[in-house]
Design a protein around this ligand. Structure first.
Ligand SMILES: [Zn+2]
Length: 366
């Protein structure tokens, strides 16, 4: 059961591609808000009704939300302004958008905004009211979206960019290196963390692994993802490069089976980086069966630290292996969902999914 007060993006409910493509070529206003169209050759996303010349079918991909298009590295079209509501944006909001587009890889700080005679708190409030998305979240989505373009099924996409004449081919590399670091000259792939994108019905995920095993698996719009990546790079003294290995291939395969409801448990080499206490908590999390939940207090007792709910909560929140280390199965002692790095709506969906399929597999075995 999904709490109707939770924002639940329609991540899986797009109409068939051919229907959307027809709506796009006819500029059908009935599809406004139903989908957004990303044009692969330009890196721009549009509303269905955009006046711009329509791309060929093979050059379009469809997204259920503007956020999903941003996270895939697209920027909003200047003609149909797919992020805008009916009212034109306040001037300060329009200015913020232009500033990001001048260099989407940057983080604009409050200090820099003030230097441009923009009051940061007013600007942030107006941006959020207008787009329903914070300015920080927008910048993050642009930065990470561009960086993740470079990681496509574990391969760099530089060749695809050159073929496609993408308007900012060099921008990918720059964005990528800002988020993932620059491998030292002569570095072998074995010295690096390999990055692969994994698509799931709840959104795109980023997976990082090296020879030791899986180091990170997170939804790409998770707040704090860039810091997690930075911490890993520092602790392991390495950069991240697009690539794949046995652990990443297995992770992708098992995630597919998990979301198909075929297999709710994982058998993967895991190598999360954390303190002994954090690792102890993460191990305890892996003992919670799919379909079940525990409270923070129960986990604290289980790791021999009764009463240490807060410390357990922090260790739970610093888990970097989403779903595989099921931190989403820990809830408040009153049964409330409490928080989740990937968004509480996802936590709810994961628990619903597991309850439905765990019951089914128990029934099957009788
Ligand atoms: Zn457009």
């Amino acid at each position: 059961m999904i709490d109707s007060t939770l924002p639940a993006p329609a991540t899986t409910s797009l109409p068939p591609s051919r229907v959307m493509y027809r709506a796009l070529t006819r500029r059908d206003p009935a599809y406004e808000g139903v989908f957004f169209a990303g044009v692969k050759t330009t890196g721009i996303f549009c509303r269905p009704t955009c006046r711009a010349k329509k791309p060929r079918a093979e050059n379009v991909e469809f997204f259920p939300s503007a956020s999903a298009a941003l996270h895939d590295g697209y920027r909003p079209c200047r003609m149909c302004r797919p992020m805008d509501r009916v009212q034109p944006p306040p001037p300060v909001v329009a200015r913020l958008l232009r500033l990001v587009e001048e260099d989407p890889t940057l983080r604009l700080t409050d200090k820099e905004l003030r230097a441009l005679a923009i009051d940061p708190s007013t600007a942030r409030r107006q941006f959020r009211r207008y787009y329903g998305l914070t300015f920080q979240a927008y910048q993050r989505a642009r930065r990470l979206g561009l960086a993740l373009r470079e990681v496509r099924a574990g391969r760099p996409v530089i060749d695809v960019q050159l073929e496609g004449g993408y308007e900012s081919a060099s921008g990918f590399r720059e964005a990528f290196q800002r988020v993932f670091g620059k491998p030292p000259r002569g570095a072998r792939a074995d010295d690096c963390l390999l990055a692969r994108r994994i698509d799931t019905p709840l959104g795109r995920m980023l997976a990082l692994a090296d020879g030791q095993g899986l180091r990170l698996l997170e939804f790409v719009d998770r707040r704090g993802l860039e810091n997690e990546i930075l911490r890993l790079r520092r602790r392991l003294h390495c950069a991240v490069v697009p690539g794949t290995n046995a652990a990443l291939a297995a992770a992708e395969d098992q995630m597919r089976r998990y979301f198909a409801g075929e297999q709710l448990t994982f058998d993967l080499p895991l190598a999360p980086v954390g303190s002994p206490f954090q690792r102890q908590v993460w191990t305890a999390l892996r003992r919670i069966a799919p379909g079940a939940t525990r409270s923070y207090g129960q986990i604290a007792a289980e790791v021999g630290r009764p009463g240490a709910q807060r410390a357990v909560g922090r260790a739970n929140g610093s888990n970097t292996l989403a779903i595989v280390v099921p931190c989403h199965r820990v809830i408040g002692s009153d049964g409330s969902l409490s928080g989740y790095g990937g968004g509480v709506w996802r936590k709810q969906r994961l628990l619903d999914h597991e309850r439905a399929h765990a019951v089914q597999s128990t029934a099957d075995s009788h």
